[in-house]
Design a protein around this ligand. Structure first.
Ligand SMILES: NC(=O)c1ccc[n+]([C@@H]2O[C@H](COP(=O)([O-])OP(=O)(O)OC[C@H]3O[C@@H](n4cnc5c(N)ncnc54)[C@H](OP(=O)(O)O)[C@@H]3O)[C@@H](O)[C@H]2O)c1
Length: 321
């Protein structure tokens, strides 16, 4: 089968279309004929080796696959012919066939095409978990960075659904998309005066979803309410940034919360189960609707990842084998 193999830790440029054997499902696993693979920022982190505990090259890249179950491993629950979406954090999704753990297989919502469900395994639970861990309540103000991205768009929709005022940031050419989602204020994520601009709208956000890192971490801390404010940190495309105990005592007196979806699944399975349960309710009630991803042929995978890395994309990206 054809697959995109990451051959170095020098980034998506070294993602090569390669002939590899079709994987075999082991105990507890399903073999899926991939019809659409979701692109996530995680793929970029893994391609540079900055994703803690990520796969080592050469590896078949991609962590989110949707498609048809074609074989069921020993002791696995699953039915050949059904359509599922699942995450496989060790890679394997950017391929014609992919093995996923049966426990991670989520049925494609009725009436949806496989590619319309992309996000359900990674971006959507991340957005909802961030709002939950951040204890968002109606009437509060939430600051959402990368609001035009796959995770950010979901967070904006959900925060509005839960009755929050949304201050969103995104690159200027993406502002109209974010406004259409219902964000109350949309600011330029590239502005050098972002902190001042946020504080002109609020005396501090009650909750900030911090998915950018680098200098944006300081903006997020400075723009969040003293004492009661919460900052959920879950991504760092702009790089690492330090925060010290001195900062928390004398400068940024707030609640700092780290989020990693893999850790949530492993260490708090009940909370993760509640998140997935709520996501299905949000789908059933029409709050979350089918995704319309920007699609690329599997062979164009390196371009898709480079587009994501260069901040050129809006919403979800899909690779079609
Ligand atoms: N912790 C977890 O378990 C977990 C799970 C899923 C996702 N995440 C994180 O959530 C974030 C969003 O992921 P996604 O897959 O939905 O990606 P995405 O939001 O579709 O794309 C990333 C966006 O981040 C913004 N950005 C700001 N500074 C950037 C920089 N220096 N380099 C690149 N992008 C920058 C860009 O938006 P603008 O140009 O519009 O500002 C860019 O479009 C990522 O940080 C990802 O790692 C974490």
């Amino acid at each position: 089968m054809q697959a995109l193999v990451q051959t170095s830790l020098d980034g998506p440029r070294d993602l090569k279309l390669t002939d590899v054997p079709v994987p075999r499902p082991g105990p507890g696993e399903l073999l899926v004929r991939v019809t659409a693979a979701g692109v996530n920022y995680v793929d970029i982190s893994q391609s540079y080796g900055t994703f803690a505990g990520g796969p080592q090259p050469p590896y078949v890249a991609g962590i989110e696959a949707a498609g048809e179950v074609v074989a069921v491993g020993e002791d696995a629950t699953g039915t050949v012919g059904t359509h599922v979406i699942g995450a496989t954090i060790g890679g394997g999704a950017f391929a014609e066939y992919c093995v996923i753990p049966a426990v991670a297989a989520i049925p494609i919502p009725p009436g949806w095409d496989d590619e319309q469900a992309l996000g359900l395994a990674v971006s959507w639970p991340t957005a909802l978990a961030a709002l939950r861990l951040g204890a968002l309540t109606a009437g509060e103000t939430v600051l959402i960075h990368a609001a035009a991205g796959s995770t950010g768009q979901t967070a904006v929709k959900l925060a509005k659904h839960y009755g929050a005022t949304v201050i969103a940031t995104a690159s200027p050419e993406k502002h109209e998309t974010v406004r259409r989602l219902g964000a109350d204020h949309v600011l330029d994520s590239r502005s050098p005066n972002l902190t001042t601009e946020i504080l002109a709208l609020t005396n501090g956000a009650d909750l900030t979803l911090e998915s950018v890192g680098g200098p944006t971490l300081e903006t997020s801390l400075a723009a969040t309410k003293r004492v009661t404010g919460r900052v959920v940190v879950f991504g760092l495309p702009a790089g690492t940034a330090p925060i010290t105990n001195w900062d928390l005592v004398y400068k940024h007196q707030l609640h700092l919360i780290g989020l990693n979806l893999g850790a949530l699944i492993r260490f708090a399975p009940q909370t993760f189960g509640e998140v997935m349960h709520d996501l299905f309710d949000l789908i059933a009630t029409g709050v979350l609707t089918p995704t319309t991803p920007t699609t690329y042929d599997l062979s164009e995978g390196p371009k898709a990842l480079l587009d994501l890395e260069s901040r050129a994309t809006v919403g979800k990206l899909a690779l079609l084998p």
